[in-house]
Ligand binder design. Sequence first.
Ligand SMILES: NC(=O)c1ccc[n+]([C@@H]2O[C@H](COP(=O)([O-])OP(=O)(O)OC[C@H]3O[C@@H](n4cnc5c(N)ncnc54)[C@H](O)[C@@H]3O)[C@@H](O)[C@H]2O)c1
Length: 364
Amino acid sequence: MSNSQTLNGAVIGYGFISGKGHIPAYLKRSQGDVRIVAVADICEARRALAAKALPEARIYSDYTSLLKAEAKNLDFVDIATPPCDHAKIAHAAFDEGLNVLCEKPLTTTLQEATALLDHAERAQCVLFPAHNYKHAPVVKAIREVIQSGKIGAVRSVTLNTFRNTHAKGVTEWNTHWRRHHQWSGGGIAMDHGSHSFYLTFDWLKEYPTAITAKMSNLEPTKYDTEDNFSAVLTFPHGLAHCHLTWTAGVRKVLYTIQGETGAITVDDDDMQIATQEKTAGDDVAQGAVRWNVEKKTISSDWMDASHVTWFNALFDQFKEAIATKDYVGKEALEAYRCIEIITRAYDSAKQNSLEMKLNGRKKT
Ligand SMILES: NC(=O)c1ccc[n+]([C@@H]2O[C@H](COP(=O)([O-])OP(=O)(O)OC[C@H]3O[C@@H](n4cnc5c(N)ncnc54)[C@H](O)[C@@H]3O)[C@@H](O)[C@H]2O)c1
């Protein structure tokens, strides 16, 4: 670390999320507590754009040469390549004693996730996933309502993520990599599943024990990854239903959170909190129940897929993990669970939705 206030970082992969999300967010940090000193990208056109965005950074054509030349100047590596390379880049960073902020999904297989968490512990380096939906303003508002006790204990949730196309990468490289298993490791479940799954942990305040899933690929001659995914997660005291589609007619999230005494409904920025008015007893006829309904609009920039405005709260958490030497903390363990859920969901879908057990990380 150059001085106690500034963290020096390198970004691997200067594509959509780096160019529109991470780097603009780093540049906006008013504290000046982070400096991106190097960038690596395998695509020449992206390297040229990185040099423009960060004129003072040193630019490399691969992460190996970057680490060789820069490791001694660095505190962390920010991995923003397609998922197929996350694990090998993170291992290389840990070999140099560097902390890692890694885009979701952490890895494309459970074996890779296991090895990565083990390595982070051995190397005493922070492994931190970019679980940025936790920092969406409307998601923070959901957390506050649940914590206030207003809707009671949460017993079931539904998370619908509608997209009218698969998410696309930058045009200079390989725009449709998400639809090809070799780069993505899977389709919409691999790409977006983590966001839905870690939100269920947050809302139900426990971890799931089993999953059953179904998926389809509406363009099998063109692509080898799924574009529609539906799963039910069993929790010790509840259920979560997660539906993800890249073939919807609209782009939006629709979340519902059902508590014992009320419910939250979220449609992008619009939030409704319904609670039943207290009555003298349980013997109230159907239509006689009175509801309190509170409506709010919480601007959350859902349409901006870079989610640039959510990034710095996430980076603050990463910084805190570095400061407190929380090498494999709650976020990394939840990233592991997300990968376990995704891989077990694929197993389930292949076997006619057979229910699969979920265990979380078992130390090796
Ligand atoms: N958290 C979020 O909300 C969010 C949103 C979008 C993307 N992402 C994640 O960010 C990652 C990147 O996605 P994207 O949409 O930015 O993709 P992208 O295709 O736009 O960018 C990927 C970049 O990585 C480069 N690259 C590929 N392999 C590389 C390697 N081995 N070393 C160095 N550079 C390499 C490519 O040239 C390209 O510039 C993925 O893991 C994706 O899931 C997360």
